[in-house]
Design a protein around this ligand. Structure first.
Ligand SMILES: [Zn+2]
Length: 398
């Protein structure tokens, strides 16, 4: 079995997750915004003052993927490459130990997201120590991005786009189509930020949970495929002389019923770890007075009023219905501030679908409840094509 799957794995690698960017811009922006609401008041005013920049810069790591060949592997870790049987027990958590066991080149190939999260957290701590506002905003935003990526199940497998199981397009369906379309049904009221004693352990736990959701991510799509004809399943679009295929709205609606609870659970979980790591970096840096970095150094009446409206909506889970998510708005030309690195940042493509999300009739609420049990982390079902074209289902981990 290992032998027949190997060429497929290599083919998958060559694509190197090139087309799949986690959460889409909509998800990353939403995670970053909600993280601001979860902060304690001691640092919330500063973060709220810079919220628009934080949200905008949270997608920068995806935007530079095409220009920077070293960027892509920072967004994932293909755990099933290392072992089909409890890979989390085999992978050393510390980067140095992992290099000793698997070599740096291999780690780079199959993704380094847990260690990139640690690197961003350290950069942020340093930015707090040097009281550098632009760097605080930049590394807070980027930390949010990579933490967000770790919450996406498909960022933990070589079959990251369903390409090995004839489910190509699953990645953007899960992390873009569903949240953009069904955000009104999702709950975003996560937990308040807490100091994280062991950030490395925290991010590995997140990855293990993500990996545990892979079985359902693939299987529930397979279930729908069995009852939905291929011609109804996909929508084709033509762009730049290329035809691309994505899952249809009809498929998305069925998939939402099947996994919407899971998508929401991950979308809601991410901001809690993001805000907690922001808080941790600030505390580790000796709790610098962030108000002293603000000019004017106190929130205005207007800022206070806006924040309290947003906090109330966040607690009531009406941010999306009230059109208060920045991800729902077309990206505006921002005022020139020293935090904006280039005009490109401001002109980051606005998620057109997202901007229209408010006008879409609300869909029936997702029936799938948020998972309440800890997902299994040692088994992943993966389908491979046999030589004769027959499908073989294999339970990884057995
Ligand atoms: Zn990413």
């Amino acid at each position: 079995m290992k032998k027949t799957i190997l060429p497929l794995l290599l083919a998958a690698l060559m694509l190197a997750h090139g087309t799949a960017g986690a959460w889409g811009f909509f998800g990353h922006r939403t995670i970053t915004q909600v993280a601001v609401y979860e902060l304690p008041s001691s640092i919330q005013a500063f973060y709220y003052r810079h919220m628009a920049d934080l949200v905008r810069q949270s997608t920068a790591p995806d935007e530079r993927r095409n220009d920077d060949p070293t960027e892509a592997p920072k967004h994932y870790i293909d755990m099933d490459h290392y072992s089909e049987d409890n890979p989390f027990g085999k992978m050393p958590r510390q980067y140095d130990k992992a290099v000793e066991k698997f070599k740096a080149d291999t780690l780079k190939k199959y993704g380094t997201v847990p260690w990139v999260v640690m690197e961003m957290k350290d950069n942020l701590t340093e930015a707090f120590r040097s009281r550098d506002t632009a760097a605080i905003v930049k590394y807070s935003a980027e930390l949010s991005h990579y933490v967000g990526d770790a919450f996406v199940p498909l960022h933990t497998t070589v079959n990251y786009d369903g390409q090995l199981t004839d489910q190509k397009g699953l990645h953007s369906l899960w992390e873009s189509q569903l949240p953009e379309k069904y955000i009104n049904d999702y709950k975003l009221d996560g937990e308040p930020a807490k100091y994280v004693k062991d950030p490395l352990a925290a991010i590995w736990d997140v990855l293990a949970q993500s990996y545990g959701f892979l079985g359902e991510t693939f299987d529930r799509a397979t279930k729908i495929e069995k009852v939905m004809k291929p011609e109804v399943r996909f929508t084709f679009s033509h762009k730049y002389g290329k035809t691309s295929r994505r899952y249809s709205d009809a498929f998305a609606a069925e998939y939402e019923k099947a996994v919407g609870g899971m998508v929401d659970y991950r979308l809601k979980g991410a901001p809690t770890l993001v805000s907690s790591l922001w808080l941790t970096a600030w505390q580790d840096a000796g709790k610098p007075d962030l108000n002293a970095l603000m000019t004017p150094n106190k929130p205005s009446k207007d800022e206070k009023a806006k924040l309290s409206t947003e906090l109330a909506a966040w607690k009531k889970n009406t941010l999306a219905q009230d059109q208060l998510l920045l991800a729902q708005q077309k990206v505006k030309k921002a005022e020139a501030t020293d935090q904006i690195k280039s005009a490109q940042d401001m002109e980051a493509p606005a998620p057109a679908d997202a901007a229209e999300a408010g006008t879409v009739a609300p869909a029936a609420p997702a029936s799938a409840p948020a998972p309440t049990t800890t997902p299994a982390t040692d088994k992943v079902k993966i389908k491979t094509k046999g030589k004769d074209g027959s499908e073989k289902v294999k339970l990884k981990g057995e």
